[in-house]
Structures are given as C-alpha cells and as structure tokens.
Design a protein around this ligand. Structure first.
Ligand code: B3K
Ligand code: ZN
Length: 859
C-alpha cells in the first residue's frame, strides 16, 4: 500500500526485455506460521547492459550472498519494493534469505496460512512476496523446491514438477524436494503444505505416458472429489482429441482450499483450486456447480499448453493465455453438454458484464495499454471478450484452419514468453489468411454497434443487405476505427424453400452484400451464434421476432430473437411509462412451448425466460432503474396469470427421477423450475413452492424453491429458509448458497438480514467465498435494494469495500465494481455514488487495487 501521492501506471509501450535471465531457481522453505525462512539461490546470466534489480514486497531480508560471499550493506540497496545488487558481474549465483509471516497474510497473495494449510498464489505479482526476484513472466527458470516442515502437522508437502526426494531430518521434521524440468516464470510457482484427504488415479496419455492424478482435499471431503477427478480425465482426453495436446509430466496434482481469491490457478503440475470448484456430491451441488467444476478443471488443465508451455511476454498480453484458454474451455463444455446452452451462457456474460465494463471508467481493450495494479485486469474483457476474439478467428479460418494455426503457434513458441501479435501471426502463417486488419480487436476497446438494412427486389429476386458499424468512444479511448466483423446470417423463407446460411465479413464502416435468385423476400436471422461481440439493432417488429424464435434452425438464434423481442416490448413500455402490452402471438408461442416443449428442454426454459435487469440495462443511458424493475416484476406476474393452466400442465408433466447430472436431466430441471418461478406468483404459489421444496431430492430444485419463495414473497419463505440453514450448517459451500438467497431478498428487510449473516458462525471477513456469498450477491443479484433511490444499498457496499480493503485488496477491488459506473444512472443516484467514491478516494491507506479503480472513476 502506498499513500496519497499520484501513483504511476506501467505502460505496454515501455516494455523492455529483461537485463538478466535466471536459469535456475532453487528455493528452500522452512515453514513456520509467523517466521517462514526462504532461501532462494538464483543462477543468473546477463542478457544486456544494465542493473540487477529484483522485485520484492513485504519481505524481511536476512542475508544476501553473491558467489559464496555475504554482501555488506554497501553492496546492495533495498527499497520497499526492490533489491539492487551493485556489482553482480555477468554470471553468478545469488543467495537471498528472506523471512515471511504467512499467518498474517490475509491478502492471500504470496505464501499464506489459512485453516492450517500453507498455500501460495503468485499470479500475477505474488512471487515478490516470497523472495526478491525478477517477478515478470518473461524470465523463465528451472525450479527446484525444498520444503522442510513438521510431518505430524503437515504430512503433505507439495510443489511443482516431480518429487525427487523425501527424507526425515534428525530434528523430527521432514524434507521434501521437488524438481520441475520445464522452465517457467515465477507466477507459475506453487507450494502447498497441509493435512488432506488424498484421492489418486492414473491416466495414460495418447503418447503413452502414465500420469498419476492426485486430488488433495479437506479431511472428510474425499467422496466429494470424484466428479472433479472424472472431469479431469475427460479434459485430458478431449485436449488430445481436439487439439492433439497431451500432458507432459508424470504427475498432475490439484489441491482444494476454501481460502482463495478466485476460481483456481494453473501452477505447473500443481493446480490450486477454490474448493467450491472441486467438491460436489448429489446432496450438496447444483447442476450449475457440476457444470462449473468441469469447466474450471478443464480451464486450468488446458493452461498447461496455453499459458504454461507458451506463456506471456508481459502482463499486457494476459489475453494471450486467458482469452485462448476460456475459448478452449468453452469448446470443451460445449462438447460435454449442450452447445446451444453453452453459447447462450457465454453470450449472457458478454451482454451483461462485458458490455457494462466497456461502458465503465475501467474500459480497456483485450490487450490493455496501461496498468497500475495487474490484479485489476483479470476482467471479463480480457477473459471473455478475449475468448470471443479467438472464436471470431475460428469463424474466419474454419475449424481446420484454426487448429492448424494453434499447432503452429505452440510448436513455434514452445518454451517461450510471447505476445498476442505472435499468436495472430502464427494463425496467419499457418493459413495464409491476412489478419492484419483483424488485429485491431486487440488494441481497440468498446462495444461496436451494428445497424442493418434489407432491400429486396421481388422482380429479380435480389436481396441487398447494408451493414454499418461504429464504436462509441470509451473512457480510455476516443477515436475508434472500423473492425473486421464476421456476421453469420440465416435466410428463412415462408414458402418452404430451404433456409440458407452465409458468413458476411464486414471490414469497413458501411458495406453492402448481395444475394441473387432468391425465391421470395427472406426473413434474415442476424448474427447467428453471436458471431461477433457487438450490439446489433434491427427494426424487426414483434411478429418477425417471434417467427425467428419459432423457426430459426439454430437454437441460439431462437433464444436471441426472444431477447430482442423483450427488449423491444420493454423499451416501448419504458418510453410510454406504461406496463408492456403482451401480444397474443407471444402468449401463443409460450403456450406452445409449455404444452409441447422442444426436444431440448433447457432451450425451452431459456425461451421462456425474461432478460434480467443487467441485460436490459445495457441498452439505456441513463438506466431507468425503477421502471425496468417494475416492468420486469409486473411482466412476470402478467405471464403467470395468463398462462396458469399451461404452466401447471408443463410443471406436472415433468417428473424427475433420482438425481443424475446429465444433459437431459439438467434440461428437465431447468424447465420445471422455470415453471415454478412463474407459478410462485399465482394464487396457489405458496402451496406449490412449499411442496417443491419438500419433495426435492437435489440442491438445484431446493434452491429454485427458495428463490421462488423469496421473489414471490410467499408467507412460508422465512420458514423454508430457516429449515434449509439448519439442515446444512455443516457444509460451508451450501451455507454460501443460503447466504446468496438471503442477500437476494428484494425487500427492505434485507439490510437487517445481512447484518445478522455477518454474525453467523461460518461467516468470516477473511474468507473471500463468504464475503462474496453475502455482499457480492447483494450487489449483483439484488438490483431493487442495491439500487435503492435513497442510496442505502450503495452506502452499504462502500462500507464493506472499505473494511475489506484493509484485509484483502484484491477482493475489495472486485467488490467495488458496481459502484464505479455512476455515469450510467440518473442524477440522484449519480450524486450518491460520486460522494461515496470521493470518500473512498480520501482513505489514508487505500490499496493500489482500489486506488486505480476509484481514481479512474471519479469525475
Ligand atoms: N490464471 C489464474 C488467475 C490469476 C488471477 C490473479 N489475480 C486463473 C485462471 O485464469 O485460470
Ligand atoms: Zn485462466
């Protein structure tokens, strides 16, 4: 933490290659809760003239030795953030001894001790809290790690690579030595020490290597780690089959801990996971939990090639590994389950969180150009828009071309730290496709807006489509240029002629595309599969949108037409300050889907779902908060009333057998619970919801009942919640779900309820999962109370952010996000938000994490 003065960001344009490389890094850890000693022996080699300057933070330096001679204080200089060795020569061995206090480390960066487990998190810049080091991703060294600890307290001592030796020391401690043969940057280093339950299995790769797979989980949780183990094996097989990529070490370890700042971390050979994304069984996990576990297990595994074998030159290139690896995990999930549902979920993230980020003071391109605190740039833009950019490459190059490009990239750069440009170049070289203009997606921020016009000449059967693009200015960038935008379309004909699919490539501001010899004027389905991360506006009327929703051949396009339908209806209602008029054609379509659901029940459920507040809000400036909330609530009630018999019929038709996580059963539960959501608002809602809760044999149905009870405000809601909390107090992950529901209570009583939760025995301000379960949920899933006119919701979040910043800056900086975009709201809300941001800015010990966000946001 630094105080008041203006803090200087780093710039991509200032990148300089390292002056020294480190070829070997030998680390010895003598673990102790308050005084862990780290002896780092670094073999260095000069690459160019300059100083030997190492990064370090919050370290107590005990000794520096250069080539076997202890240096005097005059031979090095130490600051709060660095250590400089004055005369290192061109090659040599540097030994640095530092002392750490893992117990006091509540930031969960570097080496920390939580719930009896020593654990590290080094990405992005946490390694500098372990020892002085060139803590940057383009310095790659071979690591050997020795861990010395008391074997009774810490029976498992783990680090990257292969276990070389385990010996008992005369003083009763154990010494374990690990060696990772693959040179890696410091951010991929990991150490874990603790007592765990241990699940192991083997996997034989396509190259014939027998790999030991190991999961280390909290005592008593072994039975809950089988699903993750099976998911890991599926991910390993999939990467071999889809991309020809096999695992490269003899051991793959996954450790699950409850104290973790994010989802998981891809450390070479030793992944560390938030236990929320490992542990699951049929009584405690929802369908979404199972989905997330498989997807994140896949994501971290896929990083072994895209991130670890080929890594980033500097942190501005983060999307090189994250955008690509998110794309890979999305493809994996699509192959394991429903491609349509996966696409819908990915697009929801872009249209809510990512478009909101573009419209916020934190707007940045997928390759940011300046950064103060790197942890602030693990964003939906870098990750999810980054994945959309990779997906556009696949659309342009075709699957075979894309696979060839990836193979070229990995082969050309194996063992290197490279840039996004290197990646695009490999794609271009492997396919011969000119991607020069496409590269602008990496440097330009913002959400492009596409408008389309259709003209049909009945006499000649010629269709002319005119597409225009423009990207509005963002907080970080005024000037915008045209992008290369792949637009997938489908032409539908009323006369029964076969539908046609086309790919249009828009690469200038305005462009025309022509189609000849069409049998009649088609209905054009635009931006099929969301082929580019853009906002598209058409002037379709509601009948046309409903026709697309019923007839498009692509499930995603059908869902998307419904989304556009609701936008249109709701926009009209907002403009007229009235409730939406639901056209009879809509009710007919809904009835149809309820009486005869599509074969894909999950898609049917999505077709019957209104867009949420955040999705709608992306279309307004300023956001008409109260009108949108009111319209959403009233529309749900109107639909419940109008469709009662069909909802009930559909609900009763769908009977769930014993719980099973399969695509078909997930769809069945989704549709049944969607019906319940509407039924909760009817006269017999209370009866239905209570019965649903009592009959439920799985967590998905139980939570659906609780959410429905709360939203429809049924009399038994409190009783059901209390019952749920009592039954599940032993499982923190289920308690997090309880916290989520409490925090989503749209009524005034939520403030008292939240206060009570923080006094709950399982709540801890030091545990990010708990804080997110309460306050993350409040700010993201409770628009009515969070966006209250009187500012009480905003003030509560600001208070929490202030408190958390002193404990865990990364967590605080994530929580503050919804407070930053004050420009998007009406004058009254703007005033409240600006006042709170000013108060935050004046805090004496603001972390860099918060400083960067608050200062970017203030007018
Ligand atoms: N690479 C890590 C994220 C690290 C975040 C640092 N604040 C997880 C992932 O994306 O796989
Ligand atoms: Zn990742």
């Amino acid at each position: 933490m630094t105080t008041a003065q203006v803090r200087q960001p780093k710039r991509l344009a200032d990148y300089q290659a390292p002056i020294f490389s480190i070829t070997h890094t030998d680390l010895v850890f003598e673990l102790d809760a308050t005084a862990t000693r780290v002896t780092a022996t670094l073999t260095f080699k000069r690459q160019q003239p300059g100083r030997l300057l190492l990064e370090g933070q919050q370290l107590k330096l005990e000794r520096v030795r250069l080539n076997d001679r202890v240096l005097t204080a005059a031979e090095f200089a130490q600051t709060a953030e660095s250590l400089e060795i004055f005369a290192p020569g061109d090659t040599g061995v540097l030994e640095i001894v530092t002392l750490l206090n893992p117990e006091q480390n509540t930031a969960l960066e570097g080496l920390y001790l939580a719930e009896g487990v020593y654990c590290t998190q080094c990405e992005a810049e946490g390694f500098r809290r372990i020892t002085y080091y060139p803590d940057r991703p383009d310095v790659l060294a071979v690591f050997t790690t020795t861990i010395i600890a008391n074997r009774n307290e810490l029976p498992f001592l783990l680090s990257n690579g292969n276990k070389v030796r385990e010996s008992r020391l005369p003083d009763g401690r154990t010494e374990v030595v690990w060696h990772d043969p693959y040179p890696k940057p410091s951010y991929l280093f990991a150490l874990v020490a603790g007592d765990f339950d241990h699940l192991h299995d083997t996997y034989v790769t396509s190259t014939g290597r027998e790999v030991l797979l190991e999961f280390f989980v909290q005592k008593g949780a072994l039975a809950r780690s089988h699903f993750a183990m099976a998911a890991l094996k599926r991910a390993m097989r999939w990467d071999e089959q889809r991309f020809g990529l096999a695992y490269d070490l003899d051991r793959y370890m996954v450790v699950a801990v409850d104290f973790f700042n994010m989802g998981a971390m891809e450390n070479k050979g030793l992944n560390v996971f938030n236990s929320k994304f490992v542990l699951a069984d049929d009584t405690s996990a929802t369908d979404t939990d199972y989905f997330n576990i498989e997807s994140i297990i896949g994501h971290e595994y896929f990083h072994n090639w895209t991130g670890n074998r080929v890594t980033c030159r500097d942190w501005f290139q983060l999307s090189l590994k994250e955008g690509l690896t998110v794309f890979r995990d999305q493809e994996f999930s699509a192959d394991m389950g429903s491609p349509t549902l996966n696409r819908i979920d990915a697009v929801k993230v872009i249209r809510t969180a990512q478009f909101a980020e573009d419209a916020s003071p934190m707007a940045h391109p997928i390759r940011p150009e300046q950064v103060l605190e790197m942890n602030n740039f693990y964003t939906v833009t870098v990750y999810d828009k980054g994945a959309e950019v990779i997906r556009m490459l696949q659309t342009l190059l075709g699957k075979a071309g894309f696979n060839a490009g990836l193979a070229c990239y990995l082969q050309r750069h194996d063992g290197q730290a490279v840039t996004c440009d290197d990646f695009v170049q490999a794609m271009q070289d492997a396919t011969g496709y000119d991607l020069q203009a496409f590269r602008r997606w990496y440097s330009q921020s913002g959400t492009p807006e596409l408008s389309v016009k259709e003209q049909f000449d009945a006499a000649t059967g010629k269709l002319t489509l005119t597409l225009a693009q423009q990207t509005p200015a963002t907080a970080d960038q005024q000037e915008k240029l045209p992008l290369v935008i792949p637009v997938k379309i489908e032409l539908l004909f009323h006369d029964g002629s076969a539908a046609q699919q086309h790919l249009l490539i828009l690469d200038s501001s305005v462009q025309q595309f022509q189609f000849d010899n069409l049998p009649q004027a088609p209905l054009v389905v635009w931006l099929e599969d969301f082929s580019a991360p853009v906002k598209l506006s058409t002037d379709y009327d509601v009948e046309q949108l409903l026709a697309i929703a019923s007839r498009a051949s692509n499930g995603f396009a059908r869902w998307d037409a419904m989304q556009q339908f609701w936008h249109k209806i709701i926009k009209d209602a907002v403009q007229q300050s009235a409730l939406p008029v639901l056209p009879e054609a809509l009710l007919t379509a809904f009835r149809q889907w309820l009486i005869t659901p599509l074969a894909d029940l999950a898609l049917t459920a999505e077709l019957l779902t209104l867009p949420d507040f955040d999705t709608l809000a992306a279309h307004y400036a300023p956001i008409p908060v109260d009108a949108l909330l009111n319209i959403l609530q009233e529309t749900t009630q109107l639909l419940s009333k109008a469709l009662l018999p069909e909802l009930l019929g559909c609900y009763q038709q769908l009977t769930t057998p014993a719980y099973h996580y399969s695509e078909a059963d997930v769809g069945l539960r989704a549709l049944k619970n969607r019906c319940l959501h509407y039924l909760a608002f009817t006269a017999e809602g209370a009866k239905r919801v209570t019965a649903h809760y009592q009959a439920a044999n799985n967590m998905t149905d139980i939570l659906a009942a609780l959410h429905a009870a709360q939203h429809a405000n049924i009399a038994q809601a409190g009783e059901l919640m209390a019952d749920f909390a009592k039954r599940n107090e032993a499982n923190v992950h289920v308690m997090d779900k309880y916290f989520n529901v409490v925090a989503a209570n749209p009524r005034d009583s939520v403030f008292d309820a939240l206060e009570k939760l923080t006094a709950h025995p399982v709540f801890s301000w030091k545990n990010p999962n708990r804080v997110r379960a309460v306050y993350g949920a409040f700010s993201q899933r409770n628009a009515p109370q969070f966006h209250r006119k009187d500012g009480k919701g905003y003030a509560l979040l600001a208070e929490v952010v202030t408190k958390v910043d002193a404990i865990n800056p990364q967590l605080a900086a994530r929580l503050i996000t919804p407070l930053l975009s004050w420009q998007r709201y009406d004058d009254g809300r703007q005033q409240q938000l600006i006042m709170l941001l000013r108060e935050l800015a004046s805090l004496p010990m603001l972390s860099d994490d918060l400083y960067e966000k608050v200062h970017k946001s203030l007018p």
